[in-house]
Design a protein around this ligand. Structure first.
Ligand SMILES: *Cc1c(COP(=O)(O)O)cnc(C)c1O
Length: 382
């Protein structure tokens, strides 16, 4: 099955009890049993829910994995993955990571004896230097947030196999329409389905996709034992969003590419971070491992001040100033004070995350209106 067919059909059957074409929202906490222990595979809704099951089947297919486990948020999904490790184990992660992922590794898991090292994962030599017997997991995000660096998934996975280290890829920014890390050797794929998968900024949900049964069993065990499960209505919303994933992401990519070109012509703009540009350091790898360059564009200003960034951030009308990304509507954000405020200033400056850096999540509106909106806001800077 091709991608545009999978998003609509994979894992989804008309409801066996009524024929309902759309997966029903099974809003129930428990299921009637015919006799003690005799049931239809559903006992209690933390453990199994048919709406969640349909979503998990669908996600497994989209990522070319075999098993998926859904969680109440992307962060809950990450927590389950890190719980696969034991105290004393170490993680090597990108130094330009989603702020919440950095916070979870440093402030939550470190207290339980799991140490994380942060490194520029585009430099494999630096990754290799950090590997020891304790290293049990590589954690990559690509494209990275918000600098849109590209990590070579295949190369990191190869290094992982050599050193018996599991590679986990946060595929939130690309979505499975653009990138399928399992095909490139990844052991685990994690999503904040809150973003492109849901696609309408109306739900928070996370998921983990794997190919190996052993990993899947451990993750289901954690899903049930820790209990950070999504509700059936949220699962329904993500299933519904996924049906147009290919259409939405394709349009976002097209719009983002035009916006990146527009930004290049603006005298107020300094650097533009967009993997679709030929001079982007990760362009070649992006072209190999992705089927498009994504809907995210970041840029900094020549006069690198928070005041100048604020002029743009408070003057766009279509680009809404908000955290998050991947919805049909365009958003504008300021990583230094919003998504990445939990990262110390020295750390963020090291990766180029300056005070004027602005991140755009380009939606699916008409491009002329989006450019007009940005253009008016940028003109506020003299
Ligand atoms: C939003 C996000 C997360 C966290 O997901 P939640 O659903 O908000 O918990 C993790 N990784 C990336 C790349 C994200 O953008």
């Amino acid at each position: 099955m091709k991608f545009g067919t999978k998003v609509i059909h994979a894992g989804i059957e008309p409801d066996p009890s009524t024929g309902a074409v759309m997966t029903p929202i099974y809003q129930t906490s428990t299921y009637a049993q015919e006799a003690p222990g005799k049931h239809k595979g559903y006992e209690y809704a933390r453990t199994q829910n048919p709406t969640r099951h349909a979503l998990e089947q669908n996600l497994a297919a989209l990522e070319n994995g075999k098993y998926a486990t859904a969680f109440g948020s992307g962060m809950a999904a990450m927590d389950a993955i890190i719980r696969l490790l034991d105290p004393g184990d170490e993680v090597i992660a990108s130094n330009d990571l989603y702020g919440g992922a950095y916070r979870q590794l440093t402030k939550v898991h470190e207290r339980y004896g799991i140490k994380a090292h942060f490194v520029d994962m585009t430099d494999l030599g630096k990754v290799e230097e950090l590997i020891s017997k304790k290293t049990k997991m590589f954690w990559i995000e690509t494209p990275t947030n918000p600098m849109l660096n590209i990590v070579d998934i295949k190369a990191v996975c190869k290094l992982g196999k050599k050193h018996k280290v599991l590679t986990c890829v946060d595929n939130t920014f690309a979505s499975p329409y653009l990138q399928t890390p399992i095909d490139l050797g990844a052991d685990i794929v994690v999503h904040s389905a809150t973003k492109y998968l849901g696609g309408h900024s109306d739900v928070v949900l996370g998921a983990v996709i794997v190919k190996k049964k052993k990993l899947a069993e451990k993750l289901s065990f954690l899903q049930n034992s820790v209990g950070a499960v999504p509700g059936p209505h949220d699962c329904f919303l993500v299933l519904r969003g996924i049906k147009t994933l290919h259409l939405r992401v394709k349009r976002s990519c097209k719009n983002a590419s035009k916006i990146a070109k527009f930004l290049k012509e603006q005298p107020q703009v300094d650097k533009i971070y967009y993997p679709g540009f030929k001079d982007h350091p990760g362009h070649k790898i992006a072209k190999e491992q992705m089927r498009g360059f994504g809907g995210m564009v970041s840029f900094s200003l020549k006069k690198d001040t928070l005041a100048n960034a604020s002029k743009i951030l408070s003057n766009t009308k279509l680009f809404t100033l908000a955290e998050s990304l991947g919805g049909v509507e365009s958003l504008i954000g300021h990583p230094a004070t919003m998504t990445h405020a939990s990262i110390p200033k020295e750390e963020r400056l090291k990766v180029g995350l300056t005070d004027s850096l602005i991140r755009l999540s380009v939606g699916v509106e008409d491009i002329e209106d989006l450019i007009d909106d940005l253009s008016k806001a940028i003109k506020k800077i003299k």
